[in-house]
Write a protein that binds this ligand. Sequence first.
Ligand code: 4NP
Length: 154
Amino acid sequence: MKILMVCLGNICRSPMAQGIMESMLVDKKLNWVVDSAGTSGWHAGEQPDARAIAAAKEHGIDISGQRSRKMTSRDMEEFDIILTMDSQNYSDVLHTYASDDTKHKVHLIRNLSEPNKNLAVPDPYYDGRFEDVYQLLAKTMNNVLNHLLVEEVA
Ligand code: 4NP
């Protein structure tokens, strides 16, 4: 299973999502691939936001080695599932990168945890609520992993 986490800047939400998922995969001894990208390239090449690094570190997860990158069309082929953080990311990925053959791979991440509600992972970049977003992602990711495990055997 190859999972891509996508947000706007790839410095706050999707790097934390990647770090949390990677840590869960280690715990479960699952040899899956997780990466993250942004719909914008505004922060390409940069480390995650210092506040995201600090929030993850508080929970024993090191995301400081990640570097921001802009999503590409090739990612749609490369990954099995594309998990977006909010409805803007979702529609940007669908319209800019997905094709009729690949659009089924794109999801709002929280819909895998709370189906059909179309809830967002709020952007902490401006309001600084990194711990809240971390907690939300951690809770969501538990359900995401269970969902993907069921899908894998199906
Ligand atoms: P992210 O947060 O999409 O969770 O990485 C943001 C990071 C940077 C900006 C906006 C959101 N920005 O405007 O530069």
